[in-house]
Design a protein around this ligand. Structure first.
Ligand code: PGA
Length: 257
């Protein structure tokens, strides 16, 4: 049985006051509950430490939205895996579509970061997903295969215990357009088959594959209820307790069913 992950990607949003208030609100929401899912929040770098403090011992974990692959040195503007760990992060998002398409990150760079995150002991959340034109041209699976093969090059079966995949169709991110539960399930099943052919069926069955792209309280239950959907990576709706809370609750409900 795969343990679900409900993750919030705050992107370049919040400020110190609102970010810590959001984190405290989430900590309060889960307090006293048996957390049968992993809850993760990924705030902007400057607020990581304050958010880590605000979630305290609630069981909510904190992650970076990116990292660099070198451990230290002359890399102006970059943040290392060790730095993330130093302030209490246990995870990092890698290959998010905004980094692929706006910051022009390629599979090779994402692969280096993924391997550095794993080697440093972080959980790497590797994001993959197709553009609308790629879907319309019937290339969704080919694009996913390329991103998986590129991102996971030289990642061993043993190292895969530290990897989570997030399927995020680019056309569904921040657009209000969600993949239908069937579309999500189809892509997730394809990704799991890819893992089975690259590694083993047993490994494929153990890797968590999250769905991301306009997840909100109203569609979370249906998406999370798909057999190959093991959680959600939530952007816009992770920015308030009012919206993220019900998504966590949906995860808790499904995980107990
Ligand atoms: P969204 O973003 O929920 O706002 O669509 C998801 C993501 O980019 O991780």
């Amino acid at each position: 049985m795969r343990r679900m992950i409900i993750a919030g990607n705050w992107k370049m949003n919040t400020d110190l006051a609102s970010g810590t208030a959001l984190a405290s609100g989430l900590a309060e929401l889960v307090s006293g509950k048996e957390l049968s899912v992993d809850v993760l929040v990924c705030p902007p770098f400057p607020y990581l430490q304050a958010v880590r403090q605000a979630v305290g011992e609630s069981g909510i974990s904190v992650g970076g939205q990116n990292c660099y692959f070198e451990p230290s040195g002359a890399f102006t503007g970059e943040v290392s895996v060790g730095m993330l760990q130093d302030i209490g992060c246990d995870s990092v998002l890698l290959g998010h579509s905004e980094r692929r398409h706006i910051l022009k990150e390629c599979n090779g760079l994402i692969n280096k970061k993924t391997k550095a995150a794993i080697a440093g002991g972080l959980r790497a959340v590797l994001c993959v997903g197709e553009l609308l034109e790629e879907r319309e041209a019937g290339n969704t699976e080919a694009v996913l295969d390329e991103q998986m093969a590129g991102g996971l090059e030289d990642v061993s079966a043993e190292q895969m215990t530290q990897v989570v995949i997030a399927y995020e169709p680019v056309w569904a991110i921040g657009t209000g357009k969600t993949a239908s539960p069937e579309q999500a399930e189809q892509a997730h099943a394809h990704l799991r088959n890819w893992l089975a052919s690259r590694y083993t069926q047993e490994l494929a069955d153990s890797v968590r594959i999250l769905y991301g792209g306009s997840v909100k309280p109203g569609n979370a239950m249906e998406l999370l209820g798909q057999p190959n959907v093991d959680g959600a990576l939530v952007g816009g709706a992770s920015l308030s307790v009012e919206n993220f809370g019900p998504i966590i609750e949906a995860g808790l409900e499904i995980s107990k069913a």
